[in-house]
Write a protein that binds this ligand. Structure first.
Ligand SMILES: NC(=O)c1ccc[n+]([C@@H]2O[C@H](COP(=O)([O-])OP(=O)(O)OC[C@H]3O[C@@H](n4cnc5c(N)ncnc54)[C@H](O)[C@@H]3O)[C@@H](O)[C@H]2O)c1
Length: 231
């Protein structure tokens, strides 16, 4: 029985974050969502995860209203397709600030609370593209690779405190992030995948839940449900 446990999910208003929030709520977690947009969660906070102070204030508020955070899922993010020579300084800084910085900010906000209670679980959503690279969104793949490095290093540092830090690296997943006309929706691309289909957000949420529930035997792990795109 998971009654009473508190989860913070960033990116909770859409796609993977929304699906994780629904799945956790169905398992009797109380879920607080951080997103640029309102989320259907027990406590919806409108926050830019790139803003460290705002994230810290939101987590303090969640603690005050729901209690100590047991689980953090970092799913806030976006992608943009730009050839490497055309990526502006602003685009580099923003995508690193949201994908990597947002993950760091959320972890920094929950860690003192988890340390005080001597337990907790963090699951950072990275990407298959952080494992295998990608063309036309090098800044995105760079940030996701950095998230994986961050997770592994943080896992080492937090293990002795009873805090599990792991990552889920989705392959192309059927969410609004993959807009109409996305190369990852192209039937010719999907035909190259061993499973011949996009990943379903429920499959990502199930993997997140698995890592959260079985945290005692994972440390710095990266699980990648990716339809066989990267084996
Ligand atoms: N869909 C895929 O194919 C795929 C594959 C690999 C990894 N991912 C990653 O999974 C995560 C979730 O993506 P998704 O597919 O659910 O996309 P999505 O667009 O459906 O949801 C992303 C959510 O993040 C929020 N968000 C974006 N920037 C934010 C910010 N600065 N502060 C707060 N919230 C912000 C958005 O408002 C949105 O609700 C992202 O990190 C994405 O990079 C997605």
């Amino acid at each position: 029985m998971t009654d009473g446990r508190v989860a913070v999910v960033t990116g909770a208003a859409s796609g993977i974050g929304a699906t994780c929030s629904r799945r956790l709520a169905g398992r009797e977690w109380r879920v607080a969502g951080l997103d640029l947009n309102p989320s259907h969660t027990d406590l919806s906070m409108t926050v830019d995860v790139a803003d460290r102070d705002a994230v810290a204030a939101a987590v303090d508020e969640i603690q005050a209203q729901l209690g100590t955070v047991d689980l953090l899922v970092t799913a806030a993010g976006y992608d943009e397709r730009i050839p490497v020579g055309e990526i502006s300084r602003q685009s580099w800084d923003r995508i690193l600030g949201v994908l990597l910085g947002g993950t760091v900010n959320a972890c920094a906000a929950v860690l003192p609370h988890m340390r005080r209670q001597g337990s907790g679980s963090i699951v950072a959503i990275s990407s298959e593209l952080g494992l295998a690279g990608s063309e036309d969104n090098v800044h995105y793949a760079t940030a996701k690779g950095a998230v994986i490095g961050f997770v592994k290093a943080l896992a080492l540092e937090c293990a002795a405190d009873g805090i599990a830090v792991n990552s889920v690296a989705p392959g192309p997943t059927d969410t609004p992030l993959l807009e109409d006309g996305s190369p990852w929706r192209d039937p010719a691309y999907l035909a190259t995948l061993p499973l011949r289909r996009l990943v379903h957000p429920d499959e990502i949420a199930a993997t997140v839940e698995f890592l959260a529930e079985e945290r005692h035997f994972f440390c710095g792990e990266v699980l990648s449900p990716n339809a066989g795109a990267v084996i």
